[in-house]
Design a protein around this ligand. Sequence first.
Ligand code: HEC
Ligand code: HEC
Length: 472
Amino acid sequence: MTGLNPLTAGWIRLLTVAGLAASLIGWAAAPQDIPRAEPGEELSGGSTTVFDASPKAFGFPARNMQDEEHRSAFFVGHSFFNNNWVVAPGATAGRDGLGPLFNTRSCSACHADDGRSRPPEPGQPMTSMFLRLSIPGSGPHRAPLPDPVYGGQIQGQAIPGVPPEAEVFVTYTEIPGAFADGEHFSLRKPEYTITRPGYGPFAAGLLTSPRVAPVMMGTGLLETVPEETLRALAAEQKRGGHGIAGHINTVWDSALGKSAPGRFGWKSEQPTVRQQVAAAFNGDIGITSSLAPAENHTAAETACANKASGGHPEISEDIFNAVVMYTRTLAVPARRGWTNPAVLRGKGLFTRIGCATCHVPQLQTGDSDLPELSHQTIRPYTDLLLHDLGEGLADHRPVFDAGGRDWRTPPLWGIGLVSKVNRHTCFLHDGRARNSAEAILWHGGEAEAAREQFRTLPKADRAALLDFLESL
Ligand code: HEC
Ligand code: HEC
């Protein structure tokens, strides 16, 4: 580097003052631990980044998407993402074919405002999250084996004349704990009850996995991160030798007919946005597509047979492509307050206590058929790898190479805006954490050391770390 530009020099002055103030009032982080704001750090999604922190922050097209065709596909996709599908034959052709079994009538019923869902209150039926199902063993291409009667997921709703599969309820047990400084916290552990099965008993040894809907944006960028990058991250973690060793979930790409790294879903079980969207239409709404053409019920669910279809497939290729385009190009919002001293202090702690080993701050996208997404410097705070997060979070339901304690490191970009967009802060795969501190306190397994460091930090440092998360 040849000399400091005035902006950087200004920052250093500011940070020195902040550091001095910190040491005067007895903060634990030494001033030299406080990193600077880096140029462009606020651009979480590179040139796709939008500047909006409103309740609609997750719903904008990539800022650099100028191509008229791409933009119009985005807006068609937006409409089919948000509007309800209806029972066939429907007056609105092109939007019929709902069910026969389904969870909700639209994508946005779970991904409200392109954001994330939350678990139901105790006693309320589960609608915007679901339980995945399987039985021990694996099937074709090493995929999980579905329950022979109920398939791969419980659908709690059905079209007229068809029994829904079941109702699912959640209850919580509070588990008390304390920070090293004596402050108390409590974590709620969920338990699920499946009632009113519509098609007889579930299989013996049934495995279940609760999942809330994650935030939608940025998936097109993550899809474009080269496989070599993921391999390099896994190798680097192994070399680091701190008990953190993520691995790729090698899953089945049904369009290519071969194995590919998984990237989407809480266990990285889908390799592409296209396959994720096809699986969502099929599994969650009961809409068939070219990529998932079979109606989503088993032969044993005879009440579902011979129900009117909305076409073969039910979603036309053009509209399916539009929803895929929409999903791939939803923009990541810019960070807020990324230059605040407390946020910068939190950023330093995030790296120092080991969070950044898995929640990798910066990645580079590769080549994409969408120039908007190609060669972007992105800041997703994920390695897209699977990690053993310990017994407390385990679902004991393996999926391809994801074991029963493994979860994909979720991207943290946008996490500070969830409260604005979705009016809740229920985090983790099942929404059990009521805020980001609880999410951290649930970390175990490979992340146990980082969790313990957080638990033993002085209160002001914990607050700075949470401020940093809030700025993402
Ligand atoms: C019933 C609720 C529900 C509905 C409806 C739903 N989703 Fe999802 N969505 C989920 C859940 C739960 C996951 C996580 C799945 C997993 O872990 O395997 C998910 C994951 C995703 C992801 C991956 C995000 C990531 O970061 O891994 C995308 C993209 C997505 N859904 C798009 C859609 C689209 C498009 C539709 C409409 C066709 C849709 N979803 C409908 C619940 C839903
Ligand atoms: C070993 C890898 C690893 C380390 C280290 C790690 N995490 Fe995580 N983190 C994960 C995984 C995997 C999940 C998802 C767990 C789940 O949903 O059950 C997660 C979830 C989260 C979530 C919830 C995200 C969401 O969308 O629900 C937050 C917040 C978070 N981590 C912050 C942190 C912080 C802060 C640290 C450092 C104290 C940290 N993590 C350390 C892997 C890691």
